[in-house]
Design a protein around this ligand. Structure first.
Ligand code: SAH
Length: 266
């Protein structure tokens, strides 16, 4: 008698969000509740998110594992018809090594899907209560990082990107804040506002606000050397300092008409 064929389950790469366990999506939470196997990126995923995992599920912290070790667990579980979740911090499409895991699944013929999460870039902007885009100031946001062990293409050097005067969210670089600022100053004016958000949405969240002139000293003083987002640009801290520079958006302007609203008379 032939064995019944096991139905392969799709593997889900899920964004856990920036820390606060309520900032996972409803879909992400539901898939965690249904999972038989969860492999989470323990260096940054808040373990409180694991409260949604059922008691008898197997849970692995990938922080100390190699890619091969992670994928062995994931692939074997999938082959046994188990529901597998690979949990990444923030959004899985940013600095999460999603591609190299997905390549292996494609090679092995295992279906997978990606569920977005709240990136720490957005959680940090929310902590600052600042907009990343503002009319007349900038309509562009750049997600980037300084070169570390991972190289960054020459055309994407911070100094070059800074010349756009757009808002920049700089990941994985606070430990090299001095170098970051040196590069940024080649494009932005020294008085450009910059904020560093340490562990946005965690209980020990810290915010440091400054300009490019004094951010290095302030970050060192606050002893922030990792797990922080650097956000630089002229929309940062506008409410307090640059109020006069603000131009209201057309979206809610009474003289502006769009698909959902006619121009108001008078
Ligand atoms: N995929 C993640 C980023 C992973 S790279 C995301 O979308 O957020 C790790 C880097 O993200 C850290 O070095 C830091 O720059 C940033 N980061 C992650 N969590 C953070 C948090 N809660 N607050 C501030 N920055 C955070």
């Amino acid at each position: 008698m032939s064995k019944p064929k096991i139905k392969l389950q799709k593997i889900f790469f899920i964004g856990a969000g920036p820390g606060d366990s309520e900032l996972i999506t409803v879909k992400g939470k539901r898939l965690l509740e249904e999972a038989d196997v969860v492999v989470y990126a323990g260096s940054l995923v808040n373990e409180k998110v694991l409260q949604y995992v059922q008691k008898d599920a197997a849970v692995y912290n990938s922080a100390s594992m190699t890619l091969d070790e992670i994928m062995k667990i994931v692939v074997e579980a999938a082959r046994q018809g188990k529901k597998v979740v690979r949990l990444h911090t923030g959004d899985p499409t940013l600095y999460s090594a999603l591609g190299e895991q997905a390549d292996i699944l494609e090679r092995e013929g295992i279906p997978y899907a990606v569920v977005p999460g709240v990136s720490s870039a957005f959680a940090s902007a929310a902590a600052l209560k600042d907009e990343l885009t503002m009319p007349e100031i900038t309509q562009t946001v750049i997600f980037t990082r300084l070169e570390g062990k991972t190289s960054v293409p020459e055309k994407e050097r911070l100094a070059g990107l800074a010349r756009h005067s757009a808002t920049m969210c700089i990941f994985l670089s606070v430990g090299m804040i001095k170098n970051v600022v040196e590069e940024l100053k080649q494009g932005y004016a020294e008085e450009t506002p910059v904020a560093v958000v340490y562990r946005a949405t965690w209980e020990d969240e810290k915010i440091v606000r400054a300009t490019l002139k004094d951010i290095v000293v302030k970050v060192k003083k606050a002893k922030i050397a990792r797990q922080a987002m650097i956000i630089v640009g002229r929309t940062i801290g506008v409410r307090s300092k640059w109020q006069e520079a603000r131009t209201k958006s057309k979206l809610y302007d009474r003289n502006f008409e769009h698909g959902y609203r006619k121009k108001k008379k008078g």
